[in-house]
Ligand binder design. Structure first.
Ligand code: 13P
Ligand code: SF4
Length: 382
Protein backbone atom coordinates (compact mmCIF):
# COMPACT_ATOMS: atom_id res chain seq x y z
CA UNK A 1 0.00 0.00 0.00
CA UNK A 2 2.93 2.30 -0.61
CA UNK A 3 1.67 4.11 -3.68
CA UNK A 4 -1.08 6.18 -2.16
CA UNK A 5 -0.06 9.81 -2.47
CA UNK A 6 0.23 11.69 0.82
CA UNK A 7 -2.76 13.97 0.41
CA UNK A 8 -4.00 16.16 3.21
CA UNK A 9 -7.40 15.08 4.35
CA UNK A 10 -9.62 17.32 6.49
CA UNK A 11 -10.36 16.20 10.04
CA UNK A 12 -13.36 13.87 9.77
CA UNK A 13 -16.59 15.40 10.96
CA UNK A 14 -17.75 12.02 12.30
CA UNK A 15 -15.72 9.47 14.26
CA UNK A 16 -15.90 5.76 13.43
CA UNK A 17 -16.50 4.64 17.03
CA UNK A 18 -19.95 6.17 17.07
CA UNK A 19 -21.06 3.90 14.22
CA UNK A 20 -20.04 0.57 15.71
CA UNK A 21 -22.96 0.53 18.14
CA UNK A 22 -25.67 1.39 15.59
CA UNK A 23 -28.16 -1.25 14.52
CA UNK A 24 -28.19 -2.60 10.96
CA UNK A 25 -31.55 -0.90 10.28
CA UNK A 26 -30.26 2.51 11.38
CA UNK A 27 -27.07 2.12 9.32
CA UNK A 28 -29.02 1.10 6.21
CA UNK A 29 -31.38 4.05 6.65
CA UNK A 30 -28.53 6.52 7.03
CA UNK A 31 -26.67 5.04 4.05
CA UNK A 32 -29.79 5.47 1.92
CA UNK A 33 -30.09 9.11 3.05
CA UNK A 34 -26.56 9.87 1.81
CA UNK A 35 -27.28 8.10 -1.46
CA UNK A 36 -30.42 10.18 -1.95
CA UNK A 37 -28.59 13.39 -1.16
CA UNK A 38 -25.66 12.68 -3.47
CA UNK A 39 -27.65 11.11 -6.32
CA UNK A 40 -25.65 10.34 -9.46
CA UNK A 41 -22.52 12.00 -8.01
CA UNK A 42 -21.94 8.87 -5.95
CA UNK A 43 -21.38 5.28 -7.02
CA UNK A 44 -20.94 2.44 -4.56
CA UNK A 45 -19.08 -0.46 -6.16
CA UNK A 46 -19.06 -3.94 -4.65
CA UNK A 47 -16.82 -6.92 -5.35
CA UNK A 48 -18.57 -10.30 -5.38
CA UNK A 49 -16.75 -11.42 -2.21
CA UNK A 50 -18.34 -8.77 -0.01
CA UNK A 51 -20.68 -9.80 2.75
CA UNK A 52 -24.39 -9.75 1.85
CA UNK A 53 -25.42 -6.65 3.79
CA UNK A 54 -22.65 -4.65 2.09
CA UNK A 55 -23.18 -5.98 -1.44
CA UNK A 56 -26.86 -5.06 -1.08
CA UNK A 57 -25.81 -1.42 -0.71
CA UNK A 58 -23.76 -1.40 -3.91
CA UNK A 59 -25.07 0.29 -7.06
CA UNK A 60 -22.96 -1.98 -9.24
CA UNK A 61 -21.14 -5.19 -8.50
CA UNK A 62 -18.64 -7.22 -10.44
CA UNK A 63 -15.37 -9.06 -10.66
CA UNK A 64 -12.09 -7.12 -10.75
CA UNK A 65 -12.25 -6.65 -14.52
CA UNK A 66 -15.83 -5.40 -14.64
CA UNK A 67 -15.25 -3.02 -11.73
CA UNK A 68 -12.15 -1.59 -13.46
CA UNK A 69 -14.18 -0.96 -16.63
CA UNK A 70 -16.93 0.76 -14.66
CA UNK A 71 -14.39 3.05 -12.98
CA UNK A 72 -12.75 3.86 -16.34
CA UNK A 73 -15.99 4.62 -18.13
CA UNK A 74 -18.22 6.33 -15.59
CA UNK A 75 -18.34 10.02 -16.22
CA UNK A 76 -21.26 11.24 -14.16
CA UNK A 77 -19.99 10.43 -10.69
CA UNK A 78 -17.70 12.50 -8.50
CA UNK A 79 -17.07 9.86 -5.85
CA UNK A 80 -16.64 6.11 -5.90
CA UNK A 81 -16.96 4.27 -2.61
CA UNK A 82 -15.23 0.98 -3.25
CA UNK A 83 -16.42 -2.01 -1.25
CA UNK A 84 -13.48 -4.21 -2.17
CA UNK A 85 -9.80 -4.24 -1.30
CA UNK A 86 -6.98 -1.72 -1.59
CA UNK A 87 -5.60 -2.69 -5.01
CA UNK A 88 -9.11 -2.40 -6.49
CA UNK A 89 -9.53 1.12 -5.11
CA UNK A 90 -6.08 2.11 -6.42
CA UNK A 91 -6.98 0.76 -9.87
CA UNK A 92 -10.29 2.66 -9.79
CA UNK A 93 -8.46 5.88 -8.87
CA UNK A 94 -5.97 5.48 -11.75
CA UNK A 95 -8.68 4.70 -14.31
CA UNK A 96 -11.31 7.17 -13.14
CA UNK A 97 -8.78 10.01 -12.97
CA UNK A 98 -6.85 9.28 -16.16
CA UNK A 99 -5.96 12.45 -18.12
CA UNK A 100 -8.75 12.15 -20.75
CA UNK A 101 -11.39 11.75 -18.07
CA UNK A 102 -9.99 14.64 -16.04
CA UNK A 103 -10.06 16.86 -19.09
CA UNK A 104 -13.71 16.03 -19.76
CA UNK A 105 -14.48 16.96 -16.14
CA UNK A 106 -12.52 20.23 -16.26
CA UNK A 107 -9.86 18.82 -14.01
CA UNK A 108 -12.26 17.64 -11.30
CA UNK A 109 -11.03 14.41 -9.68
CA UNK A 110 -13.29 11.52 -8.73
CA UNK A 111 -12.67 10.74 -5.07
CA UNK A 112 -12.14 7.01 -4.58
CA UNK A 113 -12.82 5.86 -1.05
CA UNK A 114 -12.02 2.54 0.61
CA UNK A 115 -14.26 2.33 3.70
CA UNK A 116 -11.58 0.50 5.73
CA UNK A 117 -7.92 1.06 4.85
CA UNK A 118 -7.01 -2.29 6.41
CA UNK A 119 -8.87 -4.08 3.60
CA UNK A 120 -5.76 -5.25 1.74
CA UNK A 121 -4.98 -8.45 -0.16
CA UNK A 122 -2.48 -10.92 1.26
CA UNK A 123 -1.57 -12.11 -2.23
CA UNK A 124 -0.84 -8.55 -3.41
CA UNK A 125 1.48 -8.17 -0.40
CA UNK A 126 3.52 -11.18 -1.59
CA UNK A 127 5.26 -9.09 -4.25
CA UNK A 128 6.83 -5.83 -3.13
CA UNK A 129 8.21 -3.44 -5.73
CA UNK A 130 11.73 -3.73 -4.31
CA UNK A 131 11.57 -7.52 -4.71
CA UNK A 132 10.30 -7.32 -8.29
CA UNK A 133 12.95 -4.76 -9.25
CA UNK A 134 15.66 -6.86 -7.71
CA UNK A 135 14.37 -10.00 -9.51
CA UNK A 136 14.37 -8.09 -12.80
CA UNK A 137 17.97 -6.96 -12.26
CA UNK A 138 19.09 -10.46 -11.33
CA UNK A 139 17.34 -11.91 -14.38
CA UNK A 140 19.13 -9.35 -16.55
CA UNK A 141 22.42 -10.97 -15.56
CA UNK A 142 21.46 -14.31 -17.11
CA UNK A 143 18.94 -13.44 -19.81
CA UNK A 144 17.88 -10.55 -22.03
CA UNK A 145 15.13 -8.73 -20.14
CA UNK A 146 14.37 -6.73 -23.30
CA UNK A 147 12.93 -10.07 -24.50
CA UNK A 148 10.80 -10.59 -21.37
CA UNK A 149 7.34 -9.13 -20.67
CA UNK A 150 6.37 -8.48 -17.06
CA UNK A 151 2.72 -9.25 -16.34
CA UNK A 152 1.16 -8.32 -13.06
CA UNK A 153 -2.13 -9.75 -11.88
CA UNK A 154 -4.39 -6.83 -11.00
CA UNK A 155 -4.12 -8.09 -7.40
CA UNK A 156 -0.98 -6.03 -6.84
CA UNK A 157 0.07 -2.60 -5.63
CA UNK A 158 0.00 0.24 -8.17
CA UNK A 159 3.81 0.39 -8.01
CA UNK A 160 3.95 -3.07 -9.66
CA UNK A 161 1.54 -1.99 -12.37
CA UNK A 162 3.77 1.03 -12.96
CA UNK A 163 6.79 -1.30 -13.20
CA UNK A 164 4.96 -3.20 -15.94
CA UNK A 165 4.06 0.05 -17.70
CA UNK A 166 7.72 1.13 -17.72
CA UNK A 167 9.02 -2.23 -18.98
CA UNK A 168 6.63 -2.90 -21.87
CA UNK A 169 4.43 -5.02 -19.64
CA UNK A 170 0.75 -5.34 -18.91
CA UNK A 171 -1.85 -6.06 -16.21
CA UNK A 172 -4.24 -9.02 -16.28
CA UNK A 173 -7.28 -10.07 -14.29
CA UNK A 174 -8.57 -13.59 -13.76
CA UNK A 175 -11.04 -13.08 -16.62
CA UNK A 176 -8.56 -12.04 -19.31
CA UNK A 177 -5.28 -13.74 -18.35
CA UNK A 178 -5.22 -15.87 -21.49
CA UNK A 179 -5.68 -12.95 -23.93
CA UNK A 180 -3.06 -11.01 -22.00
CA UNK A 181 -0.54 -13.89 -22.14
CA UNK A 182 -1.16 -14.26 -25.88
CA UNK A 183 -0.51 -10.54 -26.32
CA UNK A 184 2.69 -10.84 -24.28
CA UNK A 185 4.01 -13.66 -26.46
CA UNK A 186 3.28 -11.62 -29.58
CA UNK A 187 5.66 -8.97 -28.19
CA UNK A 188 8.46 -11.04 -26.66
CA UNK A 189 9.63 -14.63 -25.96
CA UNK A 190 9.34 -14.83 -22.20
CA UNK A 191 7.10 -13.64 -19.37
CA UNK A 192 7.69 -12.80 -15.71
CA UNK A 193 4.28 -13.30 -14.07
CA UNK A 194 3.49 -12.02 -10.55
CA UNK A 195 2.23 -12.28 -7.85
CA UNK A 196 -0.08 -15.33 -8.30
CA UNK A 197 1.74 -18.44 -9.48
CA UNK A 198 -1.51 -20.40 -9.83
CA UNK A 199 -3.28 -18.02 -12.21
CA UNK A 200 -0.09 -17.82 -14.27
CA UNK A 201 0.41 -21.59 -14.35
CA UNK A 202 -3.22 -22.58 -14.96
CA UNK A 203 -3.51 -20.10 -17.81
CA UNK A 204 -0.22 -20.95 -19.49
CA UNK A 205 -0.88 -24.72 -19.25
CA UNK A 206 -4.10 -24.21 -21.22
CA UNK A 207 -1.99 -22.55 -23.92
CA UNK A 208 0.32 -25.56 -24.23
CA UNK A 209 3.22 -24.27 -22.11
CA UNK A 210 4.58 -27.03 -19.87
CA UNK A 211 5.46 -27.00 -16.19
CA UNK A 212 9.11 -27.52 -17.13
CA UNK A 213 8.95 -24.20 -18.93
CA UNK A 214 7.53 -22.47 -15.84
CA UNK A 215 10.03 -22.33 -12.99
CA UNK A 216 8.93 -20.59 -9.79
CA UNK A 217 10.90 -17.57 -8.59
CA UNK A 218 11.31 -17.39 -4.82
CA UNK A 219 11.81 -13.74 -3.84
CA UNK A 220 13.37 -14.80 -0.53
CA UNK A 221 16.05 -17.07 -2.03
CA UNK A 222 19.65 -15.84 -1.76
CA UNK A 223 20.44 -16.12 -5.43
CA UNK A 224 18.48 -16.05 -8.72
CA UNK A 225 15.15 -16.76 -7.01
CA UNK A 226 16.47 -20.20 -6.06
CA UNK A 227 16.72 -21.20 -9.77
CA UNK A 228 19.64 -22.28 -11.86
CA UNK A 229 20.57 -20.36 -14.98
CA UNK A 230 19.52 -23.21 -17.27
CA UNK A 231 15.98 -23.25 -15.88
CA UNK A 232 15.70 -19.53 -16.53
CA UNK A 233 17.09 -19.76 -20.07
CA UNK A 234 14.72 -22.66 -20.91
CA UNK A 235 11.69 -20.92 -19.40
CA UNK A 236 8.68 -19.44 -21.16
CA UNK A 237 6.97 -18.09 -18.03
CA UNK A 238 8.76 -17.36 -14.76
CA UNK A 239 6.14 -17.59 -12.04
CA UNK A 240 6.34 -15.60 -8.81
CA UNK A 241 5.97 -17.62 -5.63
CA UNK A 242 2.71 -16.00 -4.52
CA UNK A 243 -0.78 -17.34 -3.85
CA UNK A 244 -4.15 -16.56 -2.36
CA UNK A 245 -4.63 -17.89 1.16
CA UNK A 246 -8.34 -18.35 0.50
CA UNK A 247 -8.07 -20.35 -2.72
CA UNK A 248 -5.18 -22.51 -1.65
CA UNK A 249 -7.50 -24.18 0.85
CA UNK A 250 -9.20 -26.11 -1.97
CA UNK A 251 -7.48 -29.45 -2.51
CA UNK A 252 -7.80 -32.33 -5.02
CA UNK A 253 -9.22 -34.64 -2.33
CA UNK A 254 -12.18 -32.26 -1.91
CA UNK A 255 -13.03 -32.73 -5.58
CA UNK A 256 -12.62 -36.53 -5.30
CA UNK A 257 -14.84 -36.66 -2.22
CA UNK A 258 -17.66 -34.72 -3.85
CA UNK A 259 -17.51 -36.81 -7.01
CA UNK A 260 -17.69 -39.96 -4.90
CA UNK A 261 -20.52 -38.76 -2.65
CA UNK A 262 -22.65 -36.99 -5.28
CA UNK A 263 -22.57 -38.69 -8.68
CA UNK A 264 -22.99 -36.21 -11.54
CA UNK A 265 -21.81 -33.23 -9.51
CA UNK A 266 -19.95 -30.55 -11.50
CA UNK A 267 -17.06 -28.60 -10.11
CA UNK A 268 -16.32 -24.97 -10.90
CA UNK A 269 -13.30 -23.19 -9.42
CA UNK A 270 -11.41 -19.91 -9.52
CA UNK A 271 -8.04 -20.03 -11.37
CA UNK A 272 -6.30 -18.93 -8.15
CA UNK A 273 -6.80 -22.55 -6.99
CA UNK A 274 -3.82 -24.84 -7.53
CA UNK A 275 -3.19 -26.75 -10.76
CA UNK A 276 -4.42 -30.13 -9.50
CA UNK A 277 -7.77 -28.61 -8.48
CA UNK A 278 -8.08 -26.74 -11.77
CA UNK A 279 -7.25 -29.91 -13.72
CA UNK A 280 -9.94 -31.87 -11.91
CA UNK A 281 -12.62 -29.17 -12.23
CA UNK A 282 -15.21 -29.06 -15.01
CA UNK A 283 -14.92 -25.28 -15.30
CA UNK A 284 -12.53 -22.61 -14.12
CA UNK A 285 -12.95 -18.86 -14.28
CA UNK A 286 -13.19 -15.48 -12.61
CA UNK A 287 -15.92 -14.75 -10.10
CA UNK A 288 -17.93 -13.23 -12.95
CA UNK A 289 -17.60 -16.44 -14.99
CA UNK A 290 -18.50 -18.62 -11.99
CA UNK A 291 -21.69 -16.61 -11.49
CA UNK A 292 -22.55 -16.86 -15.18
CA UNK A 293 -21.98 -20.64 -15.15
CA UNK A 294 -24.37 -21.06 -12.24
CA UNK A 295 -26.94 -18.70 -13.77
CA UNK A 296 -27.03 -20.86 -16.90
CA UNK A 297 -27.04 -24.20 -15.09
CA UNK A 298 -30.09 -26.42 -15.73
CA UNK A 299 -32.54 -26.78 -12.82
CA UNK A 300 -31.71 -29.75 -10.62
CA UNK A 301 -28.01 -29.78 -11.51
CA UNK A 302 -25.44 -30.20 -8.75
CA UNK A 303 -22.38 -28.03 -8.23
CA UNK A 304 -19.37 -27.75 -5.94
CA UNK A 305 -17.80 -24.30 -6.11
CA UNK A 306 -14.21 -23.45 -5.20
CA UNK A 307 -14.11 -19.77 -4.42
CA UNK A 308 -14.73 -17.36 -1.53
CA UNK A 309 -17.45 -18.42 0.87
CA UNK A 310 -19.72 -15.33 0.74
CA UNK A 311 -20.11 -15.62 -3.02
CA UNK A 312 -20.84 -19.35 -2.88
CA UNK A 313 -23.37 -18.85 -0.11
CA UNK A 314 -25.12 -16.09 -2.04
CA UNK A 315 -25.30 -18.27 -5.15
CA UNK A 316 -26.85 -20.99 -3.01
CA UNK A 317 -29.56 -18.60 -1.79
CA UNK A 318 -30.21 -17.18 -5.25
CA UNK A 319 -30.54 -20.58 -6.92
CA UNK A 320 -32.70 -22.83 -4.74
CA UNK A 321 -33.43 -24.97 -7.83
CA UNK A 322 -29.77 -26.08 -7.90
CA UNK A 323 -27.82 -28.16 -5.41
CA UNK A 324 -24.80 -26.01 -4.55
CA UNK A 325 -21.94 -26.98 -2.24
CA UNK A 326 -18.87 -25.17 -0.99
CA UNK A 327 -15.88 -27.18 -2.25
CA UNK A 328 -13.93 -27.21 1.04
CA UNK A 329 -15.08 -28.77 4.34
CA UNK A 330 -14.10 -25.61 6.23
CA UNK A 331 -15.34 -22.07 5.70
CA UNK A 332 -12.63 -19.99 4.05
CA UNK A 333 -13.40 -16.39 3.40
CA UNK A 334 -11.44 -13.35 2.37
CA UNK A 335 -10.88 -11.81 5.79
CA UNK A 336 -9.70 -8.51 4.35
CA UNK A 337 -12.81 -8.03 2.17
CA UNK A 338 -14.77 -8.87 5.30
CA UNK A 339 -13.36 -5.78 7.01
CA UNK A 340 -15.76 -3.65 4.97
CA UNK A 341 -18.93 -3.62 7.03
CA UNK A 342 -21.96 -1.36 7.36
CA UNK A 343 -20.44 0.84 10.12
CA UNK A 344 -17.37 1.59 7.96
CA UNK A 345 -19.54 2.14 4.90
CA UNK A 346 -21.93 4.50 6.67
CA UNK A 347 -19.05 6.36 8.37
CA UNK A 348 -17.20 6.91 5.10
CA UNK A 349 -20.38 7.97 3.27
CA UNK A 350 -21.50 10.47 5.91
CA UNK A 351 -18.04 12.04 6.05
CA UNK A 352 -17.99 12.23 2.25
CA UNK A 353 -21.39 13.96 2.18
CA UNK A 354 -20.24 16.34 4.96
CA UNK A 355 -17.21 17.42 2.90
CA UNK A 356 -14.68 15.70 5.17
CA UNK A 357 -13.94 12.54 3.15
CA UNK A 358 -11.99 9.79 4.89
CA UNK A 359 -9.79 7.02 3.41
CA UNK A 360 -9.38 8.66 0.02
CA UNK A 361 -7.14 6.52 -2.20
CA UNK A 362 -5.02 8.77 -4.37
CA UNK A 363 -2.20 7.14 -6.33
CA UNK A 364 0.70 9.55 -6.88
CA UNK A 365 0.90 11.08 -10.38
CA UNK A 366 4.07 9.31 -11.55
CA UNK A 367 2.89 5.86 -10.43
CA UNK A 368 -0.56 6.51 -11.90
CA UNK A 369 0.91 7.54 -15.25
CA UNK A 370 2.90 4.32 -15.73
CA UNK A 371 0.23 2.08 -14.21
CA UNK A 372 -2.29 3.48 -16.64
CA UNK A 373 -0.09 2.42 -19.56
CA UNK A 374 -0.13 -1.20 -18.34
CA UNK A 375 -3.84 -1.07 -17.51
CA UNK A 376 -4.71 0.47 -20.86
CA UNK A 377 -2.80 -2.31 -22.67
CA UNK A 378 -4.99 -4.78 -20.78
CA UNK A 379 -8.22 -2.94 -21.63
CA UNK A 380 -7.17 -2.84 -25.28
CA UNK A 381 -6.57 -6.59 -25.54
CA UNK A 382 -9.63 -7.82 -23.62
P1 13P B 1 -11.91 -11.75 -9.74
O1 13P B 1 -10.97 -11.35 -10.83
O2 13P B 1 -12.65 -12.98 -10.08
O3 13P B 1 -12.74 -10.64 -9.30
O4 13P B 1 -11.02 -12.19 -8.51
C1 13P B 1 -10.41 -11.24 -7.71
C2 13P B 1 -9.89 -11.83 -6.51
O5 13P B 1 -9.30 -11.19 -5.69
C3 13P B 1 -10.05 -13.25 -6.34
O6 13P B 1 -9.40 -13.64 -5.24
FE1 SF4 C 1 -6.63 -11.28 -2.22
FE2 SF4 C 1 -7.33 -13.84 -2.03
FE3 SF4 C 1 -8.84 -11.95 -0.89
FE4 SF4 C 1 -8.75 -12.21 -3.55
S1 SF4 C 1 -9.57 -13.66 -2.09
S2 SF4 C 1 -8.64 -10.29 -2.40
S3 SF4 C 1 -6.59 -12.78 -3.85
S4 SF4 C 1 -6.73 -12.49 -0.35
Amino acid sequence: MTTTAPITQPTPRFELDAYQALSEDVLIHRISQVRERMGSELIILGHHYQRDEVIQQSDLRGDSYKLSKIAAENDACRAIVFCGVHFMAETADILANQPDNLQRRDGQRVKVILPDLAAGCSMADMAAIEQVESAWNELAEVTDTAEMTPITYVNSAASLKAFCGRHGGIVCTSSNAESVLRWAFQQRDRVLFFPDQHLGRNTALRMGITNQQMPVWDPFADDLGGLDEGAIRDSKVILWNGNCSVHQVFQPEHVHQFRKQIPGIQVVVHPECCQQVNDLADESGSTGKIIETIQHAPAGSKWAIGTEWHLVNRLKQQHPDLEIHFLAPIVCMCSTMYRIDLPHLCWSLENLAAGTPVNVIHVDAETAKWSLIALQRMLDVS
